[in-house]
Design a binder for this molecule. Structure first.
Ligand code: UGA
Length: 472
């Protein structure tokens, strides 16, 4: 039976008994990591310098939108395996491992800003005791491990020793618990076996592949993985542009290409480009690190450029179709950088909205969960109660996040109230035939001259071919 985190009552038995663990930073990564470590049977103290955040957590309020996380945090807190603190002493003293899970936002030149990592390391140093492994979980550039050691050493009390390790996080927002419990791999970077061992013991019960490397390799693996995934997306978007010119369909091409197990189907979905707090920042950070090493990593540079071009192409298409957007009523469905999250950081949808508003469009936006975070970033944004209110009187409808509920909308009802009758499907997530039947022109990404009327028959053929394959 596969392990189900939502129903499991018992934690994993911790190898060699529970470890005392501190986690600094109750952001995305810190919260999920702390919940996971407690779930693995360890004794976890989660620290954040923001008293309001800790007060929320103590009161059982989860500060981020992540399916399953509030329940797991509550269970772990009730079991006495997870406590919250604002105290540097509590998170650092008598711990076997202390994880740094603080933010590393980009500086204007693309470099990662390591000031929070430095601050956390300097803060915990005087409170450490015995031998502690300080593990960087934040996404950091190559060479940060040595810097962390440099920030720790001057603050240590006599007789106290530390090791540094890197344990990058690969979880996706919206799928964080699943990814934490079923990682494709765990990467442990340490320059001595002594420091790698407690991490190995912690993760072994997950029974997933564990890659043990040097600290520098582990740091690079994280940036390289994100850059590669971003490159796949930009490849799909470049392919989409080509499909539009030669009359092919990018979803079909991606399916055919991705069926090659050497390539794989994931992250080949064309759209308005990648956003979020990771890919845009990590591709730039990798480029900056490469430049510092005297290297122009052109493939990653082109990945970033394609992503920017994708947004411009989308906006130009809207402009072309509407003539001028000034004064036109434009409905935007979806603001989060992807579905199942209220995160709008570096969201392509937000960038589209910003640009349309700058050009004088009358934008009415709706997102199922990101309305509040979007308004905090863009107070001029006119919120609406639902997708129907947003699309009332619209000259054009832009779907910018692939929330599954958008495909289920009553598009006939929407057609009756939106005179423009044009939908720009920026994520290729809508049922085109249904929209066309409702009277909409539906403009997707990379869908050149495709006759969708035959899609139903093709689906049947494809299903039949997979069925016959299954029999072999
Ligand atoms: C990403 C990585 O997938 C995680 O492995 C990594 O741990 C995380 O960054 C991180 O560094 O912390 P995340 O940013 O949560 O996770 O989101 P993704 O699901 O990777 O999506 C990123 C962006 O790519 C979204 O805007 C999404 O819409 C876009 N995307 C994704 C596409 O445009 N096409 C695709 O085929 C896939």
């Amino acid at each position: 039976m596969p392990f189900n985190p939502y129903t499991a009552q018992d934690a994993f038995p911790a190898v060699d008994g529970p470890k005392p663990i501190g986690v600094v930073g109750a952001g995305y990564v810190g919260l999920v990591s702390a919940a996971l470590f407690a779930h693995l049977g360890h004794q976890v103290v989660l620290m954040d310098a923001r008293p309001d955040r800790i007060a929320d957590l103590r009161a059982g309020r989860c500060p981020i939108h992540e399916p399953g996380l509030p329940e797991l945090l509550a269970r772990m807190a009730a079991a006495g395996r997870l406590t919250y603190t604002t105290s540097a002493h509590d998170v650092a003293h008598d711990q076997e491992l202390v994880f740094l899970a603080v933010g590393t936002p980009p500086l204007p030149n693309g470099d990662a800003d390591l000031s929070q990592v430095a601050g956390a390391a300097r803060m915990i140093a005087p409170h450490l005791s015995g031998h502690t492994v300080v593990v960087t979980k934040s996404t950091v550039p190559v060479g940060t491990g040595e810097q962390v050691l440099g920030w720790l050493l001057p603050g240590l009390r006599p007789g106290v020793t530390v090791g540094v390790a890197s344990n990058p996080e690969f979880l996706r927002e919206g799928e964080a618990l699943h990814d934490a419990l079923h990682p494709d791999r765990v990467v442990i970077g340490a320059d001595s076996d002594l420091d790698a061992l407690p991490l190995f013991e912690m993760y072994a019960p997950l029974e997933r592949p564990i890659v043990v490397t040097t600290v520098r390799s582990a740091e690079l693996i994280k940036h390289a993985a994100n850059a590669f995934l971003a490159m796949k997306i930009s490849f799909a978007n470049g392919l989409g542009e080509m499909c539009e010119r030669v009359g092919a369909d990018v979803a079909e091409v991606a399916e055919g290409v991705g069926a090659d197990t050497r390539i794989g189907p994931a992250f080949l979905k064309a759209g308005i480009g990648y956003g979020g707090s990771c890919f845009p920042k990590d591709t730039l950070a990798l480029l900056a690190t490469a430049a510092e090493a005297g290297l122009d990593f052109t493939l990653v540079r082109e990945t970033v450029a394609t992503n920017e071009r994708q947004l411009e192409r989308f906006l130009a298409r809207v402009q072309r179709r509407l003539g001028n957007v000034r004064g036109r009523r434009i409905a935007v469905l979806g603001l989060a950088f992807k579905p199942n999250t209220d995160d709008v950081r570096e969201s392509r949808a937000m960038e589209v909205v910003r640009r349309l508003m700058e050009d004088g469009a009358d934008v009415r936006a709706f997102d199922p969960v990101a309305m509040e975070t979007a308004r905090a970033e863009l107070p001029a944004l006119q919120p609406t109660a639902d997708a129907y209110a947003a699309t009332e009187g619209a000259d054009a409808i832009l779907v910018l996040t692939e929330w599954p509920e958008f495909a289920q909308l009553d598009w006939g009802r929407i057609a009756a109230q939106s005179p423009g009758r044009v939908v720009f499907d920026g994520r290729n997530c809508l049922p085109v035939a249904r929209l066309q039947a409702a009277g909409f022109e539906c403009l997707g990404i990379g869908r050149g001259g495709h006759s969708l009327s035959t899609l139903g028959a093709r689906r049947l053929m494809r299903a039949a071919s997979f069925r016959s394959l299954a029999k072999v």
